[in-house]
Design a protein around this ligand. Structure first.
Ligand code: 4AD
Ligand code: MG
Length: 480
């Protein structure tokens, strides 16, 4: 007997041979129609049961949430919405689901808020929304690898436990094997990390960039795709404490080439999703439309989800220097009317997401790459421009998301980097290897980091980043 997956079965023609399908019951109508889903597609398979020929006790166990194996033949569907359905000859109950208990969970067939679904993250993947999001996430991850592999990049894995703070922002989770109740102390009464597992202070990585640079300076083109951790107390719809980042790093690339790479890469993966996640994106587009109906007109998006994705592929990203952006923002209506929470007063101000989104959504109405930021609001490793006050940084800003990519050309000059580290009190001993790169065959090189969840958010149209990763980690939440 052939075992089929629903995604394949829906594409086949009616045939008088017996097949079987495993799945979970989404609905059982009129003691006759099972809507079966096996996770292979957003679409359910209609399975028609002639209840007259089945035991009452068996029919009672075909309940929402139950796992079943259905046997039958593929026939032309009488109903609307599908070409074929299954004429059922036998049903095997693989795992029951007690309706009384199901009623108390988000499996119960009624509308649940996304907040409620988050509380039951182990079950929410059985809903249409989350299965669509997570299948799309999986396809996007594949597209990321495919893009870089096709373009001659080497996939490398950077350490998750590290002694360095790549971003210098001090937002790290400490890693220690010491007894927190009774840690060994040094002569000054401080915790003596020399007695810890690694014999030094360590933390979870905030970025694999610095290690990726060492590999780029030997393999030429590399990329990482791994988890990163930030203990920043940002309770927003775009921040996670644990997120996945993709970090390409390329020797001999300057900032312009870095921008070209970021733009080409993003277009590729977005197009890939458009072509390979059709059913899921169609569903998510409708979901978003429904969700936006409850919002005021001004907050609704002007384009449908898939049109928005196609727009990315078809249009150039606008490249604007930080200095130009500040001029635009200073003279903007929301700034003059003090509608921004952080009013832009002068050059040097750090841009908040309200400013980024104004530039993208209201002013340019397309993705924007901002470059040449003031040195003092960016990380230590970025290459200093000849003006002595800006660095070769770039951020890619997206509608609805804000910053999706952060990157830069790296400071390749030994003396300049050494001075910068000294100015910022960055421990040279900890990063001697990073300085070594500038001693032995240094070269212009660049890279960037793309937050994978922000990409998934953009592609799926989900408003909250906690709904595009299976088990979100955020302040006050590490369930599951
Ligand atoms: O701008 P960030 O901090 O840049 C870096 O970490 C560089 N070392 C990257 C590089 O040049 N190799 O982070 C890069 C991206 C951001 O643009 C954003 O998309 C995402 O990572 N990101 C987060 N995503 C979710 N939650 C958070 N808390 C994030 N912080 C950054
Ligand atoms: Mg950034």
């Amino acid at each position: 007997m052939q075992q089929k997956r629903i995604i394949d079965l829906l594409e086949t023609k009616p045939a008088p041979i017996e097949i079987s399908i495993n799945g979970w019951v989404r609905a059982f109508r009129s003691n006759r129609f099972i809507a079966l889903n096996d996770g292979s597609t957003i679409k359910n398979l209609q399975c028609v049961v002639d209840f007259e020929n089945f035991e009452e006790s068996l029919l009672k166990k075909i309940t929402v949430g139950a796992a079943v194996q259905v046997f039958g033949t593929i026939v032309e569907s009488q109903g609307q919405g599908q070409k074929v359905e299954i004429q059922v000859s036998k049903v095997e109950i693989l795992g029951e689901a007690d309706p009384e208990e199901v009623k108390l969970t988000i499996l119960s067939p009624k509308r649940h808020s996304l907040e409620k679904l988050r509380e039951e993250a182990h079950l929410r993947i059985r809903t249409n929304t989350f299965s669509a999001v997570m299948r799309t996430r999986s396809k996007l991850a594949f597209a990321v690898h495919e893009y870089f592999q096709k373009n001659g990049f080497n996939y490398m894995n950077t350490p998750i436990v590290t002694g360095s703070d790549a971003e210098g922002a001090g937002e790290m989770f400490r890693v220690s094997a010491l007894d927190p109740k009774n840690p060994p102390l040094d002569e000054n009464g401080n915790i003596d990390y020399k007695q810890d597992f690694f014999e030094k202070e360590t933390n979870l990585t905030v970025s694999g960039q610095l290690e990726a640079e060492t590999y780029a300076m030997a393999l030429g083109k590399v990329y990482t795709f791994g988890p990163t951790f930030r203990a920043e107390n940002s309770n927003t719809s775009r921040h996670l404490a644990e997120f996945w980042m993709i970090e390409p790093e390329v020797a001999f690339n300057d900032l312009d080439q870095n921008m070209d790479l970021a733009e080409d890469f993003i277009k590729y993966v977005v197009n890939y999703a458009l072509e390979n996640c059709k059913d899921d994106l169609e569903f998510l587009e409708q979901r978003l439309l429904q969700e936006e109906k409850s919002k005021p007109q001004a907050e609704r998006s002007e384009m449908l989800l898939r049109d928005k994705l196609a727009f990315i592929g078809e249009n150039n990203f606008k490249r604007v220097s930080y200095t130009e952006a500040i001029d635009i923002l200073k003279n903007s209506k929301p700034n003059k009317k003090k509608k921004f929470k952080y009013v832009i007063e002068e050059w040097g101000a750090d841009l908040q997401s309200e400013h980024e989104r104004f530039l993208v959504e209201k002013h340019f109405k397309c993705p924007v790459i901002l470059f040449d930021y003031p040195a003092n609001i960016k990380a230590f490793y970025m290459r200093l421009n000849d003006d002595g006050k800006t660095v070769r940084a770039m951020d890619v800003l997206f509608p609805g998301i804000g910053e999706i990519v952060g990157g830069s050309q790296r400071e390749e000059r030994y003396d300049v980097l050494k001075q910068k580290m000294a100015d910022l009190n960055i421990d040279e001993e900890e990063l001697y290897w990073y300085l070594d790169l500038r001693k032995f065959g240094t070269a212009v090189h660049s890279g960037f980091g793309l937050g994978f969840e922000r990409l998934v958010q953009f592609v799926t149209g989900m408003g909250n980043i906690r709904d595009v990763i299976p088990y979100p980690r955020s302040p006050g939440n590490a369930s599951f």
